[in-house]
Design a protein around this ligand. Structure first.
Ligand code: NAD
Ligand code: GLY
Length: 366
């Protein structure tokens, strides 16, 4: 299977997303043009032994200067103390502003390393090498970087684009099933919120995706990255409305993650249940019909991802939703559906209506 190269068009900061099977075997050639200084691979205790050790060896063999920083694993460690470990190590090794960070891991590593790159010595370059499905289809592209705050998910961060994204689908072979399915949620999101043709394709190919069939996987990753690249190219800083649509299901989903405690539900699990809530809410508001609603919920159901949120009181959900970054002037802004593939940002929904919906969620069989 040959590699595919896409571009995120951002003027002088335009960068490539390279997608292929086995790309890490050729990593020094792929990144050669982007690196002329010290490389620092930042990974975690789980991913580093699998892909970091051979990556470091390959870069060294190609004559590059490289060392690694190995962080603890998990969403619960996407925080200041862990971020600070990156700065400790960069400073102990006298890393200057030409240092290139490589984020090797899932979305937690990607978001955290991106943020470290954004603020270390006021900004150094970084490359994303995502190793989870979720990171390959979403978080590694587009330059949203962040850590969590105890009062809210991804609340401290920066927009900061990588120099390149290298997606090797071979790394998915070691990904646990639960994590893999979590990534499917973000793929479904693109179809439901933005692209009806892609949604139809997902509906027809969901079983192949569940089997990790390479051609289906390659297409789903490529199409997701194409959609994301196009949205980010048009609305990098989420000021024009387009990029916010990538947050379909996330207002509810982030509230679930924050309310439960980070890492209890996976991001994709919270997003799946959040998409069901946003879909049902769109239906309750008369924006989409019942047949469309059932079609969307059925695809999510086939992935085995949660359809119902965990037991969180409506008041608590609403409090967390009130801290969402899309909100303005105290109003909660939701992404709602007008059809499959057509979503919009709505800031006019009254809190009472959201509370009432959360307190009386429709009964859905898992
Ligand atoms: P994650 O980074 O925690 O990775 C999931 C688990 O899989 C971890 O235990 C990780 O160590 C392990 N892992 C990673 N690659 C592996 C591999 N190839 N084989 C075996 N195990 C592997 O979680 P995630 O789902 O990748 O990312 C979730 C994070 O991404 C959340 O913090 C979310 O907020 C963020 N996110 C960011 C954006 C963005 O635009 N920046 C978009 C979506 C999600
Ligand atoms: N994951 C949403 C965004 O990048 O905007």
């Amino acid at each position: 299977m040959s590699a595919v190269t896409l571009q995120v068009q951002l003027g002088a900061r335009t960068y490539e997303i390279v997608i292929g099977d086995g790309l890490l075997n050729d990593i020094s050639n792929i990144i050669q043009g982007s690196v002329d200084a010290q490389i620092v691979v930042v990974s975690n205790i789980l991913v580093y032994p699998l892909y970091g050790v051979p990556l470091e060896a390959a870069l060294r063999k190609a004559g590059m200067r490289v060392f690694s920083i190995v962080l603890p694993d998990g969403e619960v460690n996407k925080d200041w103390p862990t971020l600070d470990k990156i700065f400790d190590s960069l400073l102990e090794n006298a890393c200057d502003r030409k240092t290139m960070l490589i984020a090797l891991g899932g979305g937690v590593i990607g978001d955290m390393v991106g943020f470290a790159a954004a603020i270390y010595q006021r900004g150094i370059p970084f490359i994303q090498i995502p190793t989870t499905l979720l990171a390959q289809v979403d978080s590694s592209v587009g330059g949203k970087t962040a850590i969590n705050h105890r009062l809210g998910k991804n609340m401290v961060g920066a927009f900061y684009q990588p120099r390149r994204v290298v997606i090797d689908i071979a790394t998915l072979a070691s990904l646990p099933e639960r994590e893999y399915r979590s990534g499917l949620a973000e793929i479904i999101k693109y179809g439901v919120a933005l692209d009806a043709d892609f949604y139809n394709w997902i509906e027809q190919n969901i079983d192949l995706l569940l089997q990790r069939e390479p051609a289906a996987l390659m297409y789903a990753i490529r199409r997701s990255c194409e959609i994301k690249a196009s949205v980010v190219g048009d609305d990098e800083y989420e000021t024009k409305g387009g990029r916010a649509l990538l947050n379909f299901g996330h207002t509810f989903g982030h509230a679930i993650e924050s309310a439960l405690g980070y890492g209890v539900w996976l991001h994709g699990e919270a997003v799946a249940s959040g998409m069901v809530m946003a879909t049902n809410f769109s239906c309750a508001m008369g924006r989409i019909d019942l047949k469309t609603t059932e079609r969307i919920i059925d695809v999510i159901k086939r992935t085995g991802l949660p359809l119902r949120p965990p037991d969180i009181p409506a008041d608590v959900m609403l409090m967390h939703m009130s801290r969402d970054k899309k909100n303005e002037n105290g109003d909660i802004h939701l992404i709602l559906l007008d059809a499959i593939g057509a979503s919009s940002l709505d800031g006019t929904v009254k809190r009472d209506a959201i509370h009432n919906y959360l307190a009386n969620l429709p009964n859905i069989n898992q």
